[in-house]
Design a protein around this ligand. Structure first.
Ligand code: SF4
Length: 333
């Protein structure tokens, strides 16, 4: 019996955007066995990527890169985009991790939906080279949408894919991609550049302050930052205050999970607050309670009972609520 020829296997970065889906479809059309990888961190939600891949019949695996990615956000080699988005380093990390999976899976190459000249920071020719350099997988990264504009990769030289059936798309126009989406019947995909909190101005400004206030910011602090208003109290103490029911539930969950100090108003509807437990000074705890009371439904001047608790102690302050504007200087926007 003749041995069956092994199919060529490609590991692709699937963001849920149209370009990454098209890259996968173009390779599937050539008979490549495609495995999509989508990454999760606190900075974006991978559910759209999973749904898009499923609808496009692309098998996808979710990989949590929160810890490694946060280190990249703190110290990017190639700097940030217009906000706190370190896109070149982020792509380099993603390709490096996809490369590890390629080796574990015995796959042949990595592919992405990058298009030359589409994004000002991460998709310039030199940026694509930097991404490859950072990843350590130069020559094994294929960009099917722009392949004909780029130097031939090892993957093409070895005949693993047919270069003549790859594309030469460049620039910001989406016309060609929309045409291809129709051809492949792709209907579910996220808008270009959407979804990453690091590209948002408001979130980036808070993150910058959080990183500046504490050298040991970890993934859980990012989760807290997402769940409410953010205050930096004297001594660089970080305090998070819910804006709605969802935030309050999340802050309570995080306080319980990480043994932080939780603040709750008693007898009046109000937000929940989370103070990092490293801040045990009594004046800081009292200030956090005053802020909690002042953002409750109580009128300024009204007495409010605020309970606070952590793993070591529990107590109640009787607080006179104040005007919220008094805390403008402490709140990071
Ligand atoms: S926009 Fe966000 S997810 Fe995309 S490359 Fe930049 S930092 Fe990474």
């Amino acid at each position: 019996m003749r041995a069956r020829k092994r199919s060529v296997k490609g590991i692709g970065l699937i963001s849920g955007g149209l370009d990454s889906l098209l890259a996968a479809k173009i390779l599937q059309e050539q008979g490549v066995d495609v495995l999509g990888i989508t990454f999760t961190t606190p900075f974006w939600d991978c559910s759209v990527a999973c749904a898009s891949a499923r609808d496009a019949s692309i098998p996808v695996r979710v990989v949590d890169i929160s810890v490694e990615h946060l280190e990249v956000v703190k110290n990017p080699v190639y700097g940030y985009g217009s906000n706190m988005n370190p896109c070149i380093d982020c792509h380099g990390l993603m390709i490096r991790i996809a490369g590890r999976i390629m080796e574990e899976e015995g796959a042949d190459f990595i592919f992405t939906g990058e298009v030359v000249g589409q994004r000002p920071m991460s998709q310039r020719m030199d940026a694509l080279r930097s991404v490859e350099k950072l990843s350590g997988y130069g020559g094994r990264v294929l960009r099917p949408l722009s392949a004909k504009l780029l130097p031939e990769t090892e993957v093409e030289k070895l005949g693993l894919v047919d270069r003549s059936r790859l594309l030469a798309i460049q620039g910001r126009s989406r016309k060609k991609q929309i045409e291809l989406a129709r051809l492949f019947g792709l209907k579910t995909f996220s808008p270009p550049g959407g979804g990453c909190l690091l590209t948002k101005e408001g979130f980036s400004s808070k993150l910058r302050k959080l990183l500046g206030s504490s050298p040991n910011v970890s993934v859980r602090h990012i989760e807290m930052l997402k769940a409410g208003r953010f205050f930096i109290l004297p001594g660089n103490n970080c305090f998070f205050l819910g804006r709605n029911h969802m935030d309050n539930m999340r802050l309570q969950e995080l306080a319980d999970l990480y043994r932080e100090t939780l603040f709750v108003c008693k007898g009046v509807p109000g937000p929940k607050g989370l103070l990092l437990s490293t801040s045990s000074a009594e004046d800081v705890v009292k200030l956090a309670a005053i802020i909690t009371a002042s953002f409750s439904d109580a009128s300024p001047g009204q007495e409010v009972m605020v309970e606070w608790r952590n793993i070591q102690c529990k107590d109640v302050f009787q607080i006179r609520s104040r005007s919220r504007q008094e805390f403008d200087d402490l709140m990071i926007r």
